[in-house]
Design a binder for this molecule. Sequence first.
Ligand SMILES: [Zn+2]
Length: 276
Amino acid sequence: MPNELWLRMGSFIIVLIVMMVWEAISPNLTSKVANYKRWSSNFFLAFCGAMTGRLLVPAGLAVVAIFADKQHFGVLNILPIPEWTAITLAVIALDCLIYWQHRVFHRVPLLWRLHRVHHADPHLDASTGLRFHPIEIALSLVIKGGAIMLLGVPVLAILIFEIVLNASAIFNHSNITLPNWLEKPLRKVIVTQAMHRIHHSQVVTETDSNFGFCLSTWDRLFGSYTHEAKAGDHGLTLGLQEYSKESDNTGIGTLLLMPFRKKPRSCAAEKTANRL
Ligand SMILES: [Zn+2]
């Protein structure tokens, strides 16, 4: 698939530019921290994550799918179903996997240390959708690789899924508000900005809900859906209370070292240990 990289990069850049222009024209909330400080940290982490992925699987996850196909390994490679049915099922199954992976990263204290780098962003915009610690990216790649083998995911499904996942992350972290007539029906199917902002609230029970990335179905199905934040969409305090100081939530070194520094007792993962 020679055009794979161009398709992924092209769609990523287009969605990022569209959402950042939208945010500039019609922002939902105003950031308390200067955007250039947040953006330099967030985009640098995105760069580190991309490099980690290239080092870990230089040719991408498609190689795992090709290997599974050649070995005739994995559920979808064994079942006698049409190719497009297998692709659709695989994309839906991978989205469900990301939902559970996200939930486990909130539940297990050691994994929360990595994921809190994403949540410590004191504001929410398209760049937050790219702000993940490189070790979280590496673990996620290993998990996805294992799932691709076990499921026998078709190569095309991986390309579709990675484009959809990246676009969803940028879209649902964006600092915009969709009009009610659009947001209400859309949220029944996919994760909207208003739905995902609740997940970035400082209220622990709200942080510990709305884990979905693309389809909103999983939160409704597995009982983790919150329809509205207590403070309302415009009254939300974003980020993590224990990282509310600017020097604690921005800066490249600060974010890279965050998982290795002692976590405060008020950490969301400790407070919500029984919610999984
Ligand atoms: Zn989260």
